[in-house]
Ligand binder design. Structure first.
Ligand code: LLP
Length: 424
């Protein structure tokens, strides 16, 4: 459920008509609904209510805007971070250190030191080599790092290949068959307190079965580790629950279904459970608001050229992702069209032969479900400045990231002095 609805023929975000934002900020612009984020937090919290003190650590990568993080911090969420930058953003937004988990295969010694100094709940380690590096960093500073290993349970997540992470051939985690050895080795290292396990098998999962299989395997591993003398107190079950993008497809399992499955499998493990939802919290809380520049005839269907492009919303180009496209002020008719951006690549295509609202040049459109992995993955390709972001709360709204200007882009470059160019 989201808070983008037609009122008197005009699409609103909560109480705010989207044309008002377009007029004030220009397009393209991302617009986020506070109410949707809060609702998703409440729904997930309710689904996990039978558990004893679960930690919901929002996956910052999904949408790292400080205003989003601060909204979620206020709603009581922690953070799952994968870089020093995300750690600092989470802290800057008011997320307490004891609610931060640090994931990722490539943490550097500098990032480890940053999190050790600032404090965190747990490092999720992905290799023995990483454990050895963290041990050296922590021990040399007289600190003790709370750690768990991310286990690769070797399950097929059934999601897009580029966002599936739990198969043996993926780069993530320690093979479940090698885990006992890794725990034994890590437990002997100074500066580490080995007390957790973690798993995350992929994103936009539309079935609970692979998650359930992965969790069963983690449960078995916890028993093995305990009988080997490891005190396992934390199990991080990752994120990954899918959200509805296409209303014509069956919806993914609900947070309630997910919560019931988790309680059934993991409720009796005697650990604190951690969750790392990203998309579930923010995806449907955002739209990318764009304007139709022109209509260009095509061989089979017309091309609707909008002012947003693949640099603003990469998901269709990268994963063939489907985003609903709706007119902000529908004219009543329907059409079949290709929706494309201005970037000079055929991949800059948002939709092909899409049945959608009829629109005319100058009309506003939205790409829905653009709160997660959208602004977060944008770039300045084709020297297109980063798109601004707006947060709505009821009838008020505020720019939470101004539009980057081209002068800033140009000023970021340094021209070698020997070229003798001073610019204009
Ligand atoms: N935890 C870990 C360790 C992760 O790697 C991820 C996502 C999450 C949690 C959050 O997963 P979620 O609940 O959002 O599914 N850019 C892609 C998605 C990449 C996901 C990467 N890891 C997309 O646009 O679909």
């Amino acid at each position: 459920m989201d808070h983008f609805e037609l009122r008197n023929g005009v699409l609103h975000c909560e109480e705010v008509p989207l044309p008002e934002i377009a007029a004030a900020v220009g397009t393209p612009v991302y617009v986020y609904a506070t109410a949707t984020m809060r609702r998703h937090v409440a729904v997930l919290r309710a689904a996990l209510a039978p558990l004893d003190d679960p930690l919901i650590a929002y996956a910052v990568k999904a949408n790292p805007n400080g205003a989003v993080l601060a909204t979620l911090a206020q709603a009581g969420l922690g953070a799952d971070v994968v870089s020093g930058g995300e750690y600092r953003r989470a802290r800057a937004a008011g997320i307490p250190p004891e609610a931060i988990v640090f994931s990722g295969v490539g943490k550097t010694a500098e990032e480890m030191a940053l999190a050790l100094d600032g404090g965190l709940y747990q490092f999720n380690l992905e290799s023995l080599a990483e454990a050895e590096m963290l041990s050296a960093v922590a021990a040399s500073r007289g600190q003790e790092a709370p750690v768990g290993f991310r286990i690769n349970p070797d399950v097929t997540a059934g999601s897009h290949a580029k966002i599936s992470t739990g198969a043996a051939e993926n780069k993530f985690g320690i093979a479940i068959g090698e885990a006992a050895e890794a725990y034994a080795r890590a437990a002997a290292l100074p500066g580490l307190r080995v007390r957790g396990v973690a798993v995350h098998i992929g994103s936009q999962l539309t079935s609970l079965a692979p998650l359930a299989t992965a969790f069963e395997r983690v449960g078995g591993l916890i028993r093995t580790l305990r009988s080997a003398g490891h005190a396992i107190e934390v199990a991080d079950l990752g994120g990954g629950l899918g959200v509805p993008y296409d209303p014509a497809l069956p919806p993914p399992p609900s947070p309630d279904d997910y919560g019931r499955m988790v309680c059934r499998i993991a409720g009796g493990w005697g650990v604190r459970l951690v969750f790392e939802p990203g998309r579930l919290i923010v995806a449907n809380a955002g739209v990318l608001l764009t304007r139709l520049i022109r209509v260009k005839p095509g061989a089979r269907h017309p091309f609707l050229v909008v002012d947003a492009a693949m640099n603003d919303l990469m998901r269709p180009a990268l994963y063939d992702a489907w985003h609903a496209i709706d007119a902000v002020e529908p004219r009543g008719g329907r059409t079949i069209a290709n929706v494309v951006g201005p970037v000079c690549e055929t991949g800059d295509t948002f939709a092909t032969a899409r049945e959608m609202d009829s629109v005319a040049p100058g009309d506003l459109l939205v790409f829905r479900t653009a709160g997660a992995y959208a602004a977060a993955m944008s770039s300045t390709y084709n020297s297109r400045p980063l798109t601004p972001e707006v947060l709505v709360d009821g009838d008020r709204w505020v720019l939470v990231r101004p539009r980057q200007d081209v002068a800033t882009l140009i000023a970021g470059d340094r021209i070698p002095p020997w070229l003798g160019i001073t610019g204009s």
